[in-house]
Design a protein around this ligand. Sequence first.
Ligand SMILES: [Zn+2]
Length: 257
Amino acid sequence: MLIDSHCHLDFEDFHHDRAEVLRAAVACDVRKIVVPGISARHWKRVLYLHGEICGVQLYPALGLHPFFLEEHREDDLQILDQYLQQYRERVVAVGEVGLDFSRKTDKTTQLSLFRAQLELADRYQLPVILHVVKAHEQVIALLKEFPEVKGIVHGYSGSLPQAKQYIRQGFLLGVGGVITWPKSDKKRAMFAQLPLESLALETDSPDMPPSDIRGQRNTPAQIAVVLDKLVQLRSESRETIARVTTGNVLNLFNSDV
Ligand SMILES: [Zn+2]
């Protein structure tokens, strides 16, 4: 059984064939999918994508994504707070949140939005799903103020020493289609040597497709391709990598169903 720990199944890209996409995922052994919300207008749809649909267990997460800073409004944090309270049984994480310093948006605003969402995660005892681009040092420093908050650094793009700091903080590192890309030698070397107990498989669908479907829409079924690549890179068997990475994600989200 495999889990896609990061899939934007709520996006319009899947409106015309969501059921088909889920059935194709089941055919590749993907039985659980975490669906992170990126902005307030997405939350209702994300919340709707919960429970078992077409043989896949869906897990919603709610957050205000740093990449879409311009979209967020002042009262969104308050609404997020209300939703986390109201849908506490359904929501598995606060996410997708974090810092994206490749964006020209104001860093101070990004930081205060991120901090406020870490506070919510802390208060509701939920893990976080992090989006971090060119800001790993800042995120690692900020996480030290929230020792109880665990999570996943999705689509991990940092260095090996930074990975070790995240792991010490109790974070998993998301590995996706990027490890199949021709220019990803450094990432392949890193994911080959990180402890298996710290890895989570993800697709980031509809984005970040593996190299063999470059330019096309990514889907959760591609988790199998990410797994196959990881098997090539590492010494453990396919079964072990599947079992351990699945267990990592289930433990984090406190789910054994
Ligand atoms: Zn995402």
